[in-house]
Design a protein around this ligand. Structure first.
Ligand code: CA
Length: 721
């Protein structure tokens, strides 16, 4: 399958040639190529139409009542993903049919939220390529390629080819790239306006999140907690110029070098030992919300680096600002307040999940609240004036803490959960009870709709030497060991649940047959939409959870749906493309869906009540079979010696034990490892870097050989079963 993939450029040219031509194209299409140091506008058919009237600014981004546009990641500043549109509603949703679609061949993981303004849709796809299309027809207007493969080099070893979205402000689209750049593109014609590198090239950090735009600034964070001794931060840039406005570190650095601000000095009081040698982590890769009413910015922060607190802070401590909601001054980046969901975290319980703003009736008054359902399994309602915890209840089984004490705002931990004295089955597992898949909130039903995961995992310090452990850059390592036990903590691995944040209880739940389902959209038409790992897009009645519509898109869905309207016609749109960490590391359960890498077509599909587009059939689900070879004699000693290398460098995309869950090729089924020459071309020379395969230019012949033997050993193990 590796070699069946053609290069992106060939494909792009193919698309240009095969795209349907309409009248506008005949007069305006220019096969215009625009190159610069940072990216290439590889397709330019037409400028964004001149009927554009919407200003994209603080007023329009805060306007909940307009439903035509979808201007920001969570639609509006509230991040509710609630649309006031009612043309599509509970009474007629069963009539939804495809209206138009775009096939996205040679794409992989698609996890992002498209944005819509004045009938133009903008979306980001694999390798961070951004397109503007006519949102009523799908006709492409322009395409911008930030040339990630050229820029990323070894950075492609950290993270994967996922992006959750883009940002809009006035005449610009903001693109954050895998390799750490933040780029402003003219939204009318797809030309680059400015570009800044937000990450030190030597650090194994990366970006998968959507830039957050507010008050003329663009904010971006990063991931990389597990890829080296990294120290997380967020940076705001001026939207007009790309000039750095401010940076806020999320954990303190080495005290000997002085602290950047008082907040860091305060945070340092909650760390022990020489934490800075381990970076500390806290990387905020998702979960940014601007509160226009209170003029505050909320950052959901990441877990510790490494996961095991005994290593990074051996005498204990809360380790601020890990796993917190941190409120900052949006103009200066100055610290305002914080609430830490998991003090002294040691389970990968980051708080990088959505932060949703809602005014709730609590205690006889209307409280400006924020809703937050992080990985740790508790649903938090926080007063956003000052960060005071109002309530918190578990929305999934939790074995690390029995409850959250409202007087102290702290979890009541269950003894042993920190696996300091022996292994412990902790729930939720590191996937979280809720990950980045978007939560939505419907102010009419008063319910939040959470894609929930019910899992636990055995945890221990394994055979790690706590005192001498060090991670290094570009090495995926969490510094914990496994343990017996774990698995699903309910009769089903996940669910879509509707949660009442005022009463702090579940109102309805629809069990799912897998844990890795997409984010949600809710509308004033009394609807909730969710795509699932099994390829189905469903609509439910928002108040009751009654299923009303089910459309099989033939490929696992990982992105949330959006809705918008043009000339009075409402559309529903969604990117279809299996992705995210469980699509790589999910093992046999996820592989069983049959979303074999490269088989099914990635696409963007728009539905309406009178659509009459017919989607081409998808390739049927297929589980790749290991390739038999009598020519390759596995040296088990070489294979065993390469296991750690595979685990830390390759499994991140190709799956543990080379069992792919669909986001990258299943190497057991690949012919590439059979040939030393082909393997060298792909792994060391980077022959497939356009497809997201990082070049490992520093790998010795011995290392390559070991990996080939490891992969072939996994293939033979699979064949012998
Ligand atoms: Ca993490």
């Amino acid at each position: 399958m590796f070699f069946q993939m053609c290069s992106f450029i060939l494909l792009a040219i193919g698309l240009l040639v095969s795209s349907p031509i309409n009248a506008r194209d005949i007069t305006e299409r220019v096969d215009h190529r625009y190159a610069d140091n940072d990216g290439v506008r590889i397709h330019y058919a037409a400028p964004v139409l001149s009927q554009a009237v919407t200003e994209i600014n603080d007023l329009t981004m805060a306007n909940e009542s307009q439903g035509e546009n979808w201007l920001a990641f969570g639609r509006t500043y509230s991040e509710q993903r609630f649309s006031p549109l009612v043309q599509i509603n509970a009474a007629n949703v069963a009539q939804l049919t495809p209206d138009w679609f775009i096939d996205l061949p040679n794409n992989r993981s698609l996890t992002s939220t498209p944005l819509v303004v004045d009938g133009v849709m903008y979306f980001i796809s694999s390798m961070n390529i951004v397109r503007a299309v006519d949102a009523a027809s799908g006709d492409e207007l322009w395409r911008y390629d930030p040339q990630v493969a050229k820029h990323a080099a070894r950075r492609m070893r950290a993270g994967w080819d996922n992006s959750r979205g883009i940002g809009l402000w006035q005449d610009k689209v903001f693109v954050a790239t895998w390799d750490g750049r933040l780029i402003a593109v003219d939204r009318h014609n797809g030309t680059r306006q400015w570009s800044v590198q937000t990450i030190d090239p030597d650090l194994a950090m990366y970006i998968t999140g959507a830039p957050k735009v507010f008050k003329g600034k663009v904010l971006i964070g990063n991931g990389g907690t597990e890829h080296g001794p990294n120290r997380g931060y967020v940076t705001a840039y001026e939207a007009d110029t790309g000039e750095l406005a401010w940076r806020f570190y999320l954990v303190p650095g080495n005290p000997a070098e002085g602290f950047e601000n008082e907040a860091m000095a305060m945070a340092a009081e909650t760390w022990t030992g020489e934490w800075w040698l381990h970076g500390g982590g806290g990387n905020a890769w998702h979960g940014f919300t601007y509160d226009a009413e209170l003029d505050q910015l909320y950052i959901g922060t990441g877990n510790g680096s490494p996961w095991n607190r005994q290593i990074r802070s051996p005498e204990g401590g809360d380790n601020l600002f890990l796993c917190s909601v941190v409120a900052l001054d949006p103009d200066t980046g100055d610290y305002l307040w914080h609430y830490q969901t998991t003090p002294g975290e040691t389970w990968d319980y980051n708080s990088s999940m959505d932060i949703v703003l809602a005014d709730l009736p609590i205690g006889g008054e209307t409280v400006p609240a924020l809703l937050h359902a992080p990985k740790n399994g508790f649903f938090y309602v926080i007063d956003r004036k000052d960060g005071k915890l109002l309530s918190a209840e578990p929305f999934a089984p939790t074995t690390w803490a029995s409850r959250i004490d409202l007087l102290t705002g702290r979890p009541v931990e269950i003894p042993g959960a920190r696996y300091e004295t022996g292994s412990f089955v902790v729930a939720p597992s590191g996937i979280g009870a809720h990950s980045w898949h978007a939560m939505s909130y419907n102010p009419r039903t008063g319910l939040a709709y959470i894609p929930s995961i019910y899992s636990g995992a055995g945890r221990s310090s394994g055979d790690i030497d706590i005192e001498t452990y060090r991670n290094e850059q570009w090495r995926f390592d969490t510094a914990i060991g496994g343990g017996p036990g774990g698995g699903w903590t309910k009769d089903y691995p996940g669910a879509l649940q509707a949660w009442d944040p005022v009463r702090q209880e579940q109102v309805w739940e629809v069990p799912a047959d897998g844990p890795w389902n997409a984010g949600t959209l809710t509308t004033a038409g009394d609807l909730v939409f969710q795509g699932r790992a099994d390829g189905h897009l469903l609509a439910y009645q928002a108040a009751t959870g009654e299923p009303l519509w089910d459309f099989d898109l033939g490929l696992g869905i990982s992105a949330p749906a959006i809705t918008y309207s043009i000339n009075g016609k409402q559309y529903l749109a969604i990117l279809v493309g299996w992705g995210g960490s469980l699509a790589a590391l999910g093992g046999a359960d996820m592989a069983d869906y049959g979303w074999a890498y490269g088989d099914q077509t990635r696409r963007l599909v728009a539905f309406s009540l009178d659509g009459n587009a017919e989607l081409p059939p998808q390739a049927p689900p297929r589980i790749p079979q290991a390739l038999a070879s009598s020519d390759f004699v596995v040296d088990t000693r070489l294979a065993a010696a390469a296991a750690e290398n595979f685990d830390t460098a390759c499994s991140w995309c190709h799956g543990r034990g080379a069992l792919s869950s669909g986001m990258a090729p299943d190497l057991r089924a690949s012919a590439v490892p059979l040939s030393a020459e082909a393997f060298e071309q792909v792994v060391r020379q980077g022959a497939l870097k356009q497809n997201g395969m990082p070049p490992f230019a520093d790998y010795s012949d011995e290392k390559l050989k070991g990996l080939r033997h490891f992969i072939r050993m996994q293939a033979e193990l699979a064949l012998s079963h």
